[in-house]
Design a protein around this ligand. Sequence first.
Ligand SMILES: NC(=O)c1ccc[n+]([C@@H]2O[C@H](COP(=O)([O-])OP(=O)(O)OC[C@H]3O[C@@H](n4cnc5c(N)ncnc54)[C@H](O)[C@@H]3O)[C@@H](O)[C@H]2O)c1
Ligand SMILES: O=P(O)(O)OC[C@@H](O)[C@@H](O)[C@H](O)[C@H](O)CO
Length: 504
Amino acid sequence: MTALSGAPRLSRATLSTSRLPSGVQAPAVDPADVSVGLVHLGLGAFHRAHQAVFTEDAAAASGENRWGILGVTQRSARVVEQLAPQDGLYGVLTKGTTETSLRLVGSLRDVAFPGVDTPRVLTTIAAPTTHVVTLTVTEKGYRRAADGRPDLTDPDLAADLDSLASELRGGRPDTPARSPLGLLLRGLALRARQDAGNLTVVCCDNLADNGAVLAALVGTTLDAVPNGDRLRAWVETSVCFPGTMVDRIVPATTDAHRAEARSLLGLSDAGLVIGEPFTQWVIQDRFAGPRPAWESVGATLTEDVAPYERAKLRVLNASHSTLAYLGALRGYTTIAQAVADPALEATVRALVDDDVLPTLVAPDGLDLAQYRDDVLARFANPNTGHTTVQVAMDGSQKLPQRLLGTVRDRLDSGAVPTAAAATVAAWIAYVRATSQGELEVEGRPVGLDDPLAPTLAAAAEGPLGSLADRMLDVRVVFGDDLAGSDVFRSAVRGAVAELVGIRA
Ligand SMILES: NC(=O)c1ccc[n+]([C@@H]2O[C@H](COP(=O)([O-])OP(=O)(O)OC[C@H]3O[C@@H](n4cnc5c(N)ncnc54)[C@H](O)[C@@H]3O)[C@@H](O)[C@H]2O)c1
Ligand SMILES: O=P(O)(O)OC[C@@H](O)[C@@H](O)[C@H](O)[C@H](O)CO
């Protein structure tokens, strides 16, 4: 029996005929009464537990019914298959340290998979009733090259740019899009062609300076497209890319979560997501047109998002990755188990206190030491079940965003970033163990899950004595500056030697 069998499926029909059990919160908006005004690219777990909830609550608070979401999956139709039969309805199971609650969300009004639905997605991005596009497509989804510019050799992006070039010559926008950036650019092109008005594009991925990064990617990609200059000029005057800091720990949903939600709801929910109680959204107040009144339901709209984003990436996400690598290497399944290990907690505190905090300017009213403690308390929540292996994936994409800025700032100030080097060493040891088939967590082998896996595995292979040097030579991760820094190299060499038990 699976987690979904034995109970009718959540849908508008079953919701209207079932009496919701007490304790389960109904959608804050009536899904029948909501039209689409926002398109989301990357309909993973995080969007459903974060921006979709803020958007629904904001619409309910302001009494507006124009902020329904078209959610677009990226790589497969799986999430569409989960949500379309449910009319887009799904639950968010919130798991605190002592309490669990379930709410249903009705703001997701339509779902699409670019493999078959590209024309519909482009038309919706270009609709005058659409005012905002949001994205959560993971770090690797942006297809950036080592220098941060668009990777024009990426076959999916290249195929999309061919389609875009044809559409800019008047061709029909009907080829399936293959990359998030391609989909966005093609949607912008159709919007410009139809003169449908301004648009705001909000990157909600854990990328440093995410708004500016996405704006630059859009601009430099258009430079490479024949006749892209007119579209680029339109984007510069008609599209805003505010930066954001997004925060809520949203682990992957398991069958056990689905079974738990089914027993609370009495209906089965294939689109269920789970999250911790904490949620935060800080958004740069730079919009090209209307937006949901997110500030009315707890989001912070600010001129300067950078201090919030930097504090979150460098404290929370860097600590998360440290616990993920060291925790998995010690055989811990979850982040909560890892942070409960006094040695690992001490390592994380050293990272934050010695190297991260000296690089930060506290955002208004935030006590950074308290923030560190609050983050560690959130990690200790045993009920989210966030796995070390999930957080550890894609290290080549994550470390540059969450750790290497700290390293650069420390080196620039003349300090030796010993604690940050220890996190780099943890990642190196993890890459070595997973790429050589040497890591098991709870008796299950763990492989290396990273878009650069072949390059990393090749660098990890060979004598332990030169492991740190071979890995630091992967310049797409470390850049020429860190690969060329004797101070950093020496710190990483020492930390790797300590971790793998050899002489530096
Ligand atoms: N889960 C969290 O706790 C959390 C918290 C804050 C921010 N985020 C941000 O949200 C992102 C997504 O997290 P999630 O929990 O929704 O993950 P998820 O695995 O549930 O969903 C990831 C989404 O990105 C798409 N994607 C993945 N790889 C891609 C690729 N190579 N090209 C194009 N699209 C790709 C997937 O199709 C999916 O839509 C994270 O990478 C992070 O930047 C997540
Ligand atoms: O989402 P990822 O996989 O990029 O990173 C894993 C976690 O560090 C991250 O998702 C945190 O849970 C999140 O950033 C908390 O807001």
